[in-house]
Design a binder for this molecule. Structure first.
Ligand SMILES: C[S@@+](CC[C@H](N)C(=O)[O-])C[C@H]1O[C@@H](n2cnc3c(N)ncnc32)[C@H](O)[C@@H]1O
Length: 357
């Protein structure tokens, strides 16, 4: 399969390995500068000034506990719906988030079981080839009612975000192949335009198992495909006029290019989160900085604006935004992750990545 064509086509082999000299060019160790030069057009200087004023206001909204992690990053410990309701309309420029995919895995009952190492919707898989496999939620067990609840939850998230995003503001929302149809549909029904999906090519240990308890009887059977990709829906708040007009007014409507002659692309290869990051931030759904930096960077087309992660977990979006140089807000309802982010933010945001995928 051939995917990119820059200094040479990149070939992705059947195993998903990138086989090209060009691969390191995609490597996200390149922050952008958000400082507007004095020679910038007036509209850009005004946009920057408005963003600065909005930033001071939105990072101090509400009475919930918070960490101001840096001049550009604030994490609030709160239920997302309680906090977003207080945000002014048109105050956020982009959202990058990894919500609880099936909703129930982070409810109190299942979350407590995960922490005790005792199942529930979380499956604690046996070690494989000497490697410890991470707990994964079993979305195949969702009842009809839970699927309806899932739709309701994502509709509420989408409605709430639609109000606070500026016209043309983008949402990147993580999902998985089992529930993405439902969650993405909820965003479209709520009024967002679907703008595509980023496919993260990632070899996980999810799926690919033989029938439980009868592995030797059915050696040639796999119950589900081994998952090798992760979908991230891309949505945009509708706007009137042209993209150029909207960029000048709101700083939104498009995505940041990788470089002058390379647009942002919708397939990103990125292996599972590695040991170093997991040690820094032991969250069960930690997303890798290698991937987050690429998506976060793309989300603000001019590098001006406020990014928001409603389900911030251990702060991987905030850390990526800090690295890139963007302002970012995060919320999460869990008190333990609220403590974790204080320790994890500096090491994650300053993490030097190697050229390994
Ligand atoms: C999939 S995890 C995000 C992990 C994050 N991507 C990271 O790298 O650390 C989803 C998060 O949503 C949080 N959450 C679930 N329901 C919430 C709610 N109603 N309001 C705020 N946070 C919520 C959970 O505590 C969990 O940390």
């Amino acid at each position: 399969m051939f995917l990119f064509d820059k200094t040479g086509t990149i070939e992705i082999t059947e195993s998903g390995t990138i086989m090209s000299e060009a691969a390191p060019l995609l490597f996200p160790n390149r922050p952008v500068s958000t400082r507007t030069p004095a020679s910038a057009p007036v509209w850009m200087q005004e946009l920057e000034e408005r963003t600065e004023m909005a930033w001071t206001k939105v990072r101090s909204i509400g009475t919930q506990p918070r960490h101001h992690l840096s001049e550009r990053a604030t994490y609030v410990c709160t239920d997302v719906f309680k906090w977003v309701a207080d945000l002014p309309a048109n105050s956020i420029h982009a959202v990058v988030t990894d919500p609880p995919y099936g909703v129930i895995e982070y409810d109190e009952k299942n979350h407590a079981k995960l922490r005790k190492g005792r199942g529930g919707v979380w499956r604690i898989p046996p070690a494989f080839d000497g490697a410890n496999r991470r707990p994964v939620p079993r979305f195949t067990v969702l009842s009809k009612q839970e699927i309806l609840n899932l739709h309701g939850f994502f509709s509420s998230v989408a409605y709430a975000l639609l109000r606070v995003l500026v016209p043309g503001g983008h949402v990147f929302v993580a999902s998985n192949p089992l529930v993405s149809t439902m969650t993405f549909h909820a965003f479209m029904e709520s009024g967002f335009e679907k703008r595509g999906e980023v496919i993260r090519l990632v070899q996980t240990l999810r799926g690919g198992d033989r029938p439980k308890g009868a592995e030797d009887d059915f050696t040639d059977v796999t119950v589900m495909p081994r998952s090798c990709w992760e979908p991230w829906g891309i949505f945009r708040k509708p706007f009137e006029g042209t993209v150029a007009e909207n960029l000048r007014t709101w700083g939104a409507g498009g995505l940041s290019r990788i470089s002058g002659d390379e647009p942002f692309k919708d397939v990103i290869q990125c292996s599972p989160t590695r040991g170093t990051e997991k040690q820094i931030a032991p969250h069960p759904s930690l997303k890798p900085q290698r991937f987050m930096r690429q998506v976060v960077r793309a989300a603000l087309p001019l590098g001006i604006g406020i990014l928001y992660d409603p389900f911030a977990g251990s702060g991987s979006t905030l850390a990526a935004a800090e690295f890139i140089g963007y302002k970012c807000l995060g919320t999460d309802s869990d008190k333990q992750y609220f403590q974790m982010v204080k320790r994890a933010f500096d090491p994650l945001s300053s993490l030097k990545l190697t050229s390994q995928k």
